[in-house]
Design a protein around this ligand. Structure first.
Ligand code: ZN
Length: 205
């Protein structure tokens, strides 16, 4: 199977939209569509891709703004975490599997930045981390739905235990490079340095 994840920077807030593509079956999922939809539609059209799903890493506006337009035009279904109050067709929870073509995406529930934050592990090789983990930082916990205890559990109970080789594709281009790995982040990302929960809370406030 040939699969690719295409990273597309969109809008003024350094957001990333991702296309998860099964090249053989020409089936794709669009992750976090927001701005610059013409770029997305151009790729879809040029390659005759079938859009099966939109998947949102969480329901903040800058990650869902493009949902309606893409869903209307492609007739795809929208997937979000079950805690989301935004309009969607399929609710997922921790450890659920999403199939696109022959691609397997595992849902990891990672609340902290928001109640409905998820990461997606793609074919055990790539992780799309949304606003849970950026290159060199983690997402804000001071927005509605943010919770520092949840963030600690997500980072230290889940993210840090993942395979070092996993390639990290974050929700925004906030770091010194657009892509990283779990291993590099464990070494270089100050929020992932070993800390007790109290030490983490002190660090973040
Ligand atoms: Zn967000």
């Amino acid at each position: 199977m040939t699969f690719v994840v295409e990273q597309i920077q969109v809008g003024q807030m350094e957001n990333f939209t991702y296309l998860v593509i099964d090249k053989d079956e020409k089936e794709i999922a669009v992750i976090d569509p927001s701005w610059d939809l013409e770029k997305i539609f151009e790729i879809i059209k040029k390659n005759s891709y079938h859009v099966k799903y939109i998947i949102n890493t969480h329901s903040h506006f800058d990650h869902i703004l493009g949902n309606e337009q893409i869903a209307t035009i492609t007739k795809c279904q929208i997937i979000q975490h079950e805690n989301s109050k935004d309009k969607h067709d399929i609710s997922v929870k921790d450890k659920d599997i999403i199939k696109v073509g022959k691609i397997t995406m595992e849902v990891i529930s990672t609340p902290g930045h928001s109640k409905d934050s998820i990461c997606l592990i793609i074919n055990s090789q790539i992780i799309i981390t949304g606003d849970t983990l950026f290159v060199g930082n983690c997402g804000r916990i001071d927005l509605p739905g943010g919770d520092i205890n949840d963030m600690y559990e997500s980072l230290f109970g889940k993210i840090i235990k993942l395979n070092d080789d996993l390639i990290v594709y974050p929700g925004h281009n906030y770091g010194n490079k657009p892509v990283s790995t779990i291993g590099e982040e464990k070494k270089n990302n100050y929020v992932l340095s070993p800390r007790t929960k109290n030490e983490f809370i002190e660090l973040m406030y």
